[in-house]
Structure formats: C-alpha cells, structure tokens
Design a protein around this ligand. Structure first.
Ligand SMILES: O=P(O)(O)OC[C@H]1O[C@](O)(COP(=O)(O)O)[C@@H](O)[C@@H]1O
Ligand SMILES: [Mg+2]
Ligand SMILES: [Mg+2]
Length: 346
C-alpha cells in the first residue's frame, strides 16, 4: 500500500531546506492550504450556492469582479491574517496593500502577493480556474512594512505556488528546491503528495495564446505563430493549439505535456495584460524551478524591476526550447519592443 504523505507532513519534512527554518514559512504554507480547501468547497458546488456571476463592482484593473473573486480574496486574506505569519498582503482584488497589524502579525517575516482567483472569465462555465501566490521575506526589520517589502524582484521570492480547481484540485509549489504537486483527497480533506519533483519538458508541441488578438500582436509573435503552424515533420510541426483562458490551467497543462504560453503586448494592453507581482513572477519561479523558461520576450521575468503592485508585463513561459525560439522571432521582428519594455521598468 502506498504511503500517503500530506502537504503538512511534506512541508515539515522539508523544513530544513528553508534558510531561516523556524516553522514560520511552513505555517504560512499551511494557512494557504487551509484557505484553498475552503475555496475549493465553494467552487465544487458553485451552481448550488450563490457564488456564480458578477458582484456588481469593478476592481483596480477596471474588470467586473465576480462573486467568487471576492469570496476567494476574503478567504485567503482571513487565513493569512489569522495565521500570524504574514505582515503584508498584495492582492489583485485590492487597490492598495493590506497591512496585517494584529499583535501576532505586525512583526511577521513574510509578505504574500496573490491572485485569489485566476481565470475569472471561466468561473461561470465550469472550466478550470486557480489561485496564484508568491511569498517574500520582508526587508524592513520590524513594525509596519513598507512598499519596499513588496516591490521586490521575482528573484527574491522565497516560495511560490498555485492551486488549480479542475477535475481534481491540486496545489503545486516551490521553495527554490524543485517543484512538487499535491492532490486534494476530498475523503480525508488533505492535499496528498502526488506529483514529485515536477519537470517541464524542454520542448513540446502545444502553443497557448488568445489568437483572437492576432491582429494586435507584435510582428514577432505573428511570425512565431506562423512558425508553429507550418508543416515540418523534423520538428513535428504544426504544433497543437490549446487555450483554456485560465493562466494557471494553461501553464499546468504545458508543465506536464510540454508547451509554451504567451500573453504578449496587444493594442488594448500595450504593456501586456497579466500582472508581474502576483501572476507572472510566481509562475516564472515555479516554471524555472521545473527546468522551464519565462521571459517578457527579451528579458527574464524574475529580473524585471517591480515599480508597482499591479504592474503588467508580456510573458512567454514554458518549455525552454520553445520560449527561446519565440524570443528569436521577437528579436528579429519586434526589436523596438525591447526598449519600450525597458523604459516601462524605469
Ligand atoms: O481573455 P483573455 O484576454 O485571453 O485573458 C485570459 C487571461 O486573463 C486571466 O484570466 C487574468 O487573470 P484573472 O482572471 O485573475 O484576472 C488569465 O488567467 C488568463 O490567462
Ligand atoms: Mg489571474
Ligand atoms: Mg484573478
């Protein structure tokens, strides 16, 4: 009989990997796991409870917020506040950072940035959605955190992960020592170790991007797309197009099968659509830890300067060979964009 290892047990077993191992990061990951289970419970019965549809408000991104966006945001914030290991939270759904000033938390060592519900356009249609989180160690010693604590480069992350609410619910995370996946066993209510040491295949046959934006893509992306669609047995092209429209789900699939996910700049999103701090940096950390690659078409995502919490960036992420190929096309056909992106960081 295979030994069941729960997320909690695994975290404790691996605690010595953390540079400052005193249990704080373990407890923080535990708190995130608890909130994920609560959100999963509502997602699984979404049609039966009043959690589908729009909440009637707009968020700082100018998007119509879904009821489940708000529910997930509240659950993660309350778990992080009551857990005592987090002193500041940045969330997609909150314009400003949240200072956790409770007696137990105000000197807590960790900052959490999160996308409480990823793939909001898929909530009402029963298509996989997710949660993304990124963890930093605070730079300021004590007392109230400052923006300096949350505006750290992706290279400074001490941990990152995502939860995917799909046919099964999984939590996948890294602390900079490889990537491991856990599947929720509803019968015991535990995330159980199921995907050890996940590796991103260095090449693949899947490309994922919203081709509906084709006319607004940079020339480099248009050319790369044509490259993917040309017949060539030697490189097993044409590749297959797969696009779920939930970043977590598209990247999770590609991590298992090999592939590339691209969300470039477009006319409506000249700096890209996806957010650096709580979408691109955590997924880039995970993908790099699994042996993949993540850039903005020119530069490593994790090296991009962070100026504000809702900063956007284009992203090319996945199998190393495919991302490098796409970068070749960007340098050849859209070189002007490199400077535009560099200026956006200044
Ligand atoms: O509908 P589009 O423009 O293809 O965008 C889809 C992308 O937007 C997102 O839904 C943005 O994330 P949120 O749902 O958290 O706002 C990504 O998950 C997804 O990859
Ligand atoms: Mg998102
Ligand atoms: Mg979201």
């Amino acid at each position: 009989m295979t030994k069941v290892v729960t997320l909690g047990q695994f975290i404790i077993e691996r605690q010595s990997e953390f540079p400052y191992a005193k249990g704080e990061l373990s407890r923080l990951l535990r708190d995130i796991g608890i909130a994920a289970k609560i959100v999963n419970r509502e997602v699984n019965k979404a049609g039966l409870v009043d959690i589908l549809g729009e909440a009637g408000t707009m968020n700082v991104q100018g998007e119509h917020v879904k009821k489940l966006d708000i529910y997930a945001n509240e659950q993660f914030i309350s778990a992080l506040k009551s857990g005592g290991e987090c002193s500041m939270i940045a969330s997609e759904e909150n314009e400003d950072v949240i200072h956790v000033n409770s007696a137990v938390s105000k000197n807590a060592k960790y900052i959490v940035a999160m996308d409480p519900l990823d793939g909001s356009s898929n909530i009402d249609v029963n298509v996989p959605i997710g949660t993304i989180f990124s963890i930093y160690r605070r730079k300021t010693e004590k007392g109230m955190c400052t923006m300096e604590d949350v505006l750290q480069k992706g290279t400074e992350q001490v941990a990152a992960g995502y939860i995917i609410y799909g046919s099964s619910t999984m939590l996948v995370y890294t602390t900079g020592h490889g990537v491991n996946g856990f599947t929720l066993d509803p019968s015991i209510g535990e995330f159980c170790f199921s995907h050890p040491n996940m590796k991103f295949p260095s090449s693949g046959k899947i490309y994922s991007l919203n081709e509906g934006n084709y006319v607004h893509f940079p020339e480099g992306v248009k050319k790369y797309l044509k490259y993917c669609q040309v017949e060539d047995d030697e490189t097993s092209r044409p590749y297959t197009s797969r696009y779920i429209g939930s970043m977590v789900a598209d990247i999770h699939r590609n991590m298992i099968k090999g592939g590339i996910f691209i969300y470039p700049t477009t006319a409506s999103s000249p700096k890209g659509k996806l957010r650096l701090v709580y979408e691109c940096n955590p997924l880039a950390f995970i993908v790099e830890q699994a042996g993949g690659r993540a850039t903005n078409g020119f530069k490593r995502i994790l090296d991009v300067n962070v100026k504000e919490i809702h900063q956007r960036t284009p992203i090319f992420i996945g199998s190393t060979d495919m991302v490098e190929k796409a970068e070749e096309f960007m340098r050849q056909y859209s070189p002007e964009l490199e400077e535009v992106l560099q200026l956006a960081e200044v």
